[in-house]
Structures are given as structure tokens and as C-alpha cells.
Design a protein around this ligand. Structure first.
Ligand code: 4GT
Length: 248
């Protein structure tokens, strides 16, 4: 899987991708990630990537031409991408479902905005999809691009060592994750739940499924409106709801 990331802070993006799951994917040759310095695609001697906003107001706006030249150069040297992603707070929500969709593609270009945003005309000059990683404002699109590359990369076969950890992931099942414990069996008087030490695989499996349902009900009940539950999960949800009523 190929990623090309265009940014005015190549060092920041490179540092964010060098270690961990993505870094290993690159080392293993499963991921091919290139970072492009937007200033290499400027045409004036100051290497300007921004200018004052038409209509006035504070801050600066990113010029469209360097971004267009960057994408044209990537197309010529790396091939036509399957999609160009512009990260911005105005984009469609980036969800686990979107990560799954993007992980099925072979080549993604990501453009990182800075300042007050990018000249609106870029969106027609370079057909792109606009994605937001959440309802908050960042000082640049770099962290959003890193979030997307990370979430997509770990779904690419061969990037995460044990594919079971990807399948069992919280959001891939549409629910929050169950709690996790490791040694020691007791810390400051706090014990690991007995069932996890019991060696009863079936009981452990059922306990984890129940905890996932309970946590989702307590912390993110909105997820239960859309998730498809199987028979066992619906029974566990009833059980958890009844237990909750008794406590309140
Ligand atoms: C938030 C997000 C994002 C920003 C997000 C243009 C100038 C956008 C700064 C940039 N903030 N980018 N992608 N929620 N800020 O995804």
C-alpha cells in the first residue's frame, strides 16, 4: 500500500511514522510511505505556500498552486492515486468504516492544511475527498493525516503481526473493548477478576463479551443504536440493563 503525504512540516510527519506499527510496515516492505515538502513545489524565491485572505481578516490562506503541482508530480512519479484526501474540520467524519474502505485501496495521497485553511478552489483543481478526524480544531492537518495513515495501515495485511488483534479490535466489532489485565494478579490490593484466572475459556469469552456490552451501554450508548448484535449479545445487553436497574 502506497501513501504520499504533502506537508510544510516533513520532519514532524516523518517522526510520527518512523516508529511503531507503521514504521514496521515500512521496514517489512508492506507499506511504501513518501513525505513531500510542499515548499519544493513553490515558484517564488521566498518559497511561499500562503498568502493573505481575500475579503480581509486574520491569518493566512494556503495557496492552491503548490498543492496542485505536488499532486501532479506525485501522479507522474508514483502513479495515479486511488484517492486524494484533504484533512479538514469541514470533512466527512473519518470512522473505522472509512479506515476499512481506504485500506482496500492501493495508493492514497494526503494533503495537510495549515494556517486558516486551503484556498477553496483546490477542491475542484484536484478532485479530493475531505475527511475530519473529529470535532475539534488542530493547528495543522499533519496530525489528522498521521491518524488516518495509522488507522488504515494497521488494517493492511502483514502490518500488524497477529491479525487476531485487528479483528478483535473495539470498533471493528462496533462496540467498546472489554477491560484488559496482565501480571501481577494483585496490585495495591486490586485483584484481577477471578474468571480470567480460571482457565475456563468459554467463561472468559462470555465475560469479555458482557463487559464490552456493559461499557458501551455506560460510556457510548449511541453506538448501540446502530450496531448489529447477535443473539448472545442481545441477551447480555438485557442482563446488563437488568443489573443496572437494580443498582440505581
Ligand atoms: C482539525 C482537523 C483537521 C485541522 C480535523 C486547515 C488549517 C485545517 C489547519 C487545519 N483541524 N485539520 N484535519 N478535525 N486544522 O480533522
Amino acid at each position: 500500500m502506497k501513501f504520499d503525504i504533502v506537508t510544510i512540516f516533513p520532519g514532524m510527519v516523518g517522526a510520527g511514522l518512523a516508529e511503531g506499527v507503521v514504521g514496521r510496515g515500512v521496514e517489512r516492505g508492506v507499506l511504501d510511505v513518501r513525505i513531500h515538502d510542499l515548499r519544493d513545489f513553490t515558484s517564488d524565491r521566498h518559497r511561499s505556500v500562503d498568502d493573505v485572505p481575500y475579503g480581509g481578516g486574520p491569518g493566512m490562506v494556503m495557496k492552491p498552486e503548490p498543492l496542485v503541482r505536488a499532486v501532479e508530480t506525485i501522479r507522474a512519479t508514483r502513479g495515479t492515486p486511488d484517492t486524494v484526501v484533504l484533512t479538514s474540520p469541514q470533512g466527512l467524519p473519518f470512522t473505522q468504516g472509512e479506515a476499512v474502505r481506504l485500506s482496500g485501496l492501493g495508493h492514497i495521497v494526503l494533503l495537510c492544511g495549515r494556517y486558516e485553511g486551503i484556498d477553496e478552489r483546490l477542491r475542484s483543481l484536484v478532485p479530493c475527498e475531505e475527511l475530519s478526524i473529529g470535532d475539534y480544531v488542530l493547528s495543522g492537518g499533519e496530525l489528522a493525516a498521521l491518524v488516518i495513515v495509522d488507522a488504515v495501515s494497521r488494517l493492511v495485511p502483514g502490518v500488524v503481526g497477529d491479525s487476531r488483534s485487528v479483528e478483535e479490535d473495539s470498533f471493528s466489532r462496533g462496540l467498546l473493548d472489554h477491560p484488559h489485565y496482565t501480571r501481577p494478579a494483585e496490585v495495591s490490593g486490586q485483584k484481577v477478576p477471578d474468571v480470567l484466572l480460571s482457565g475456563h475459556h468459554e467463561e472468559v469469552r462470555r465475560w469479555r463479551r458482557k463487559m464490552a456490552i456493559q461499557r458501551t451501554l455506560e460510556r457510548r450508548p449511541d453506538l448501540l443504536d446502530t450496531v448489529e448484535l447477535d443473539d448472545e449479545q442481545r441477551a447480555l445487553l438485557d442482563e446488563v440493563r437488568k443489573e443496572g436497574k437494580r443498582e440505581s
